[in-house]
Design a protein around this ligand. Sequence first.
Ligand code: PHE
Length: 367
Amino acid sequence: MSFVDVVKEDDPTNNVPDTIYSKIGLQLHRRDNHPLGILKNTIYDYFDKSFPGQFVKFDDLCPLVSTKQNFDDVLVPADHVSRSYNDTYYVDSQTVLRCHTSAHQAELLREGHRHFLVIGDVYRRDSIDSTHYPVFHQMEGFRVFSPDDWSGSGMDGTAYAATDLKKTLEGLATHLFGAVEMRWVDTYFPFTNPSFELEIYFQGDWLEVLGCGVTEQEILKSNGRTDHVAWAFGLGLERLAMVLFDIPDIRLFWSNDQRFTSQFSKGKLGVKFKPFSKFPPCYKDMSFWINDEFTENNLCEVVRGIAGDLVEEVKLIDNFTNKKGMTSHCYRIAYRSMERSLTDEEINDMQWNVREEVKSKLRVELR
Ligand code: PHE
């Protein structure tokens, strides 16, 4: 099994390290003075204004969900990568830390809701860089239509929902970013068809804002809405907040440093973050012969387990296979604190521990 090296020794179906457990319940999205809370409230304002009294909001649903909720209920295929222990945190074989807020679609439909927003922390095993962190926050939106809604429109239900979806989300993007250029890109999600991504042209780049689409009929049928159609969208709050507030590194969202937290206040979207100081990074390279079970996500878990938020990036800088068929990887680890200068001694200690654990837990051969 590819996850065997990073799971809790006493339970082979659990791959959640303490660094991740310690994030559960922090609920950054419920802090009104935090960039994520400010962004959440701004999106609420848009839906309250556009659909007065219609959208019910859930920002306190438990992130521990069943594999049925996270995958089966939203039609994620049995062999989809997101189900692997390499990509998702399993608490046991039947329970995961949700990897998307779509995990709540089915239960909320069954409870009878027709318009809802779900905001919460989501968890994904991933590589380490300035825009990826194993815990981040998503907002899910869902709207159900009944035949009465589209009957006079001259469109079928799917076309009607897709039109409404695009109009609604273009309005949201304008609400957040002002008059920006936008484009729709066709994509695939297991739970919607057709599926789209919305991109906006912002500060010289096309930025992916969200994924969305017209909900698969099967989801509606299984959850008490036969003959209805619906749309759904999901957006990542950090990605947008980094752009809107000029926040250069995703780890900053977790900072309790006053110099970060004091810069944001309720209702003020888009106040630009002023870096309090830029501390120098320190780079350490590490080469080893990989084995069949090696994955970059497992490596990153080991590094984060030791260095926590002091690791800024883990990057493959060299990679070759020798005549005997052995493959070598060289990774460059960047250590940098957002808050202070690191000493040589503590960096060397961390790197030494990383090397030891990489050797013992991932069973690779250091070079
Ligand atoms: N759940 C998707 C994701 O995490 C986003 C999404 C939500 C797409 C709803 C379509 C509809 O990437």
